[in-house]
Every structure is written in C-alpha cells, then in structure tokens.
Design a protein around this ligand. Sequence first.
Ligand code: BGC
Length: 419
Amino acid sequence: MPTPLKRFPKRFLWGAATSAHQVEGGTYNQWTLWEKENAKSLAHSAEYKLAHLASWDKTKQEATNPENYISGQATDHYHRYEEDFDLMQQLNFNAFRFSIEWSRIEPTEGAWDPAEIEHYRQYIRALKARGMEPMVTLFHWSMPVWFAEKGGFEKARNIKYFVRYADKVLQELGRDLRYITTINEPDTMTYNGYISLEHPPQKHSLPRMIWTYRNLLESHRQIYKVAHQMSRRFKVGFTKSYAMVEAGDDRWQTKFMVRFDYFIRDDIEHTYLRGREDFIGVNYYFHDRRLGFQVLDHPDKRVNDLGWEMVPGAIEHVLKRLHKRYKKPIIVMENGVADMEDKHRQWWMARVLSAIHSAMDDGVRVEGYLHWSLLDNFEWAYGKWPRFGLFHVDYKTLKRTPRKSALWYGKLIKQLRGL
Ligand code: BGC
C-alpha cells in the first residue's frame, strides 16, 4: 500500500452506498416501465456494446438475456434490510448511504403512503440502532410514474412536486437524519437521458439536457433552503460524478480543453449553487486523458468488467481541486468497480484510500468514504450482470456472500477506527 493509512480521524465516516431502485426490488416507477419496454433491445445490443471486452465470455449469457434488464425483485433489500445491516455491522461500518424511493412515498400525486413512510422510519432507526449514520439521498434517478408523465424534471413547473416530497420526507424522518443528499449525479442522469440515450427518457436534445440539469440544480437550491429553515442540524449537499481530466501533452489546445472540461463538468454547477451546499458529495469512477480536442485511451489501460479504465489514485487530484476551489468538506459518496471475480476491488480501494489520505495530509477536508456498493445490484441499462458489490448476491436464492475484498475492507476499518 503506497501510503500507510494511519491518520484517518476517529469520526471519519466508513461504509458503503446503494440506491433504492437498484437494490430494493418491487418498485414501480419510470424505470420499471422503461426496463420492460427496452429489455429485449438491450439484450440484442449487448454483443455490439460489450463483445470487445475481456469479460465478455463470462458475461455473455446474462447480458444477452432480456431478464437481466428487469430489476424485478432485485436483491429484495426492501424486505431484507435488517439482515443487510447486520452484514454491514460485521464490516465495522459507521455510515451507510441509501436512497428513499419517491414512488413509494407518493405513489399517486399528492397522496402520501403512511405505511411506506413508516417503513423508512424503521429502516433509519435500524441503522442507528447499529451505530451507523444514515446518509439519505432524496432522488437517485427513479421517479413516480405520475411525475414522469408530467414531464419530470424537464419542466420547471414540476420542481414544486419534488420540493414538496422532500419537505414531507424531512418533516417525517428528519429527526433521525443529519446528512441529506438532494440529488444523485444530475450530470450523468441528464447526459444519459438526453445525449447518450442510455437512460429514460431517451430524447436526443442538448437544450433539454441543459434545461433539465438546471431544473435539478434549482430543486437542490430550494430544498437546501427548506431543510435549513426546518433544522440547523441538517447538512445538505448533492452528489456528482467527478473525473480527473489529465493533460496528455503540454500543447495550449490540450491545456485549454482540460480547463474547458472541468468548467463544463464541475464548475458551472458549483457556480450556479453559489455556496448552497454544506458538503460536496464525490462519486469517483473515471479518469480521462486529453490530447488537444480529443479524449484518448491509454494503450495499456487496465479496465473493469464494464471496460472502464481504472486509475484509482487520480481521486487525489479531484479532491485537491475541489478543495482549492470550493473549500467545503468533501464526502466520497460512491466509488467502486464492476469486478465479478473480485480481482481488482481490494487493490482499487487500497489505492483510493491512500490517495484520500494523502489529500487529507495536504489539508483537504474529507469526512467519509462510502464504497459503491454494499451489494451486487441492478446497474441501470446494463442490468444485473455487472457486479459492484462488496457482497455477492445470488439472484436466485438472494443469498449474500462477502467477497474477499469486503473482509479486507472490514478489517481495515476496524483497525482505523481503533475498535
Ligand atoms: C450511480 C450509480 C451506479 C454507479 C455505477 C453512479 O454513477 O450513481 O447508481 O450504479 O455509478 O455505474
């Protein structure tokens, strides 16, 4: 391990992250409908998208089966959360990030479901009873069907519905909460929905992408205000995907494009929020290499099962840059690899943690690390075959089995928390 991991503060948040639609099972939202409509075509296009990867032989069977693209019962975390929290306790976690499924709380417009609110109340209490800080996300890409039918976040007039739901959740559950993430990765959601067309609503349009993004940020601003009016205890942030953009040479075009990339990807939104964030939620998966106007792959790149280049140490640069520009506490809200054979996960975590440690040595305020993910889960348009979990999930029996890297992570946390 490059840096000895000695000096993590006692109160550092250690844990993992999930999102409701990806693990709970039995959801009914805009994604559930989209999956059903698209499962066959996703299975058909799998070979075209994935056959070039070394993992293809092992993933082919699942990836070409339409069933893979239906979230269905997922990991049934909705019913098995206590069992899952026990597993987390065995890994010595003191924090857990999860999302609340809006479509359960407000299945039809304006009608709250008290039983579902109670479910999440018990859920949060079960975490606290095990000594874990609940880190809630209000919106992790799945929305009620009625809200999607009204145009979702594409319409500024719909922001009020999301703010009303957020207000309700905080009124009902806020007593037991401190860390609130309003929105998960508005950048990825809008890019995938309006540019790459990998996610609903699959409408190709740059203006719509920009407008939807703006509406998501506007929602954050309003919820930030609502939450702070309700309680000073809340720490409200939002979470975005941050990549390191590396200059592949020292031409002016390359330097210009690196700056431009950061501006477009990261700085515009922080500027728009004008400080209305109590922490910066960092999801780190990617590293890009710029050569002039092109983004080029490294010829010897090491990739995960999804073909994503793995440069774990580059998170240090991301953290330092954010610290320098925005001076806010940072929480790593997601970070992980699709790695069915658990060949890379431990190496990846060790590098990432050592990079976080060295950023902290240089004064960056990082308050937590939440690994993506606790369990294997439903990886959106790729379905169930990509395996991001610390725990392997057998989708037939729903049995959870810790991967070797999970046991390593658990031991490390124990040592670093001085337990
Ligand atoms: C998302 C997760 C997703 C993960 C891996 C993040 O962008 O927030 O929902 O599963 O990346 O792709």
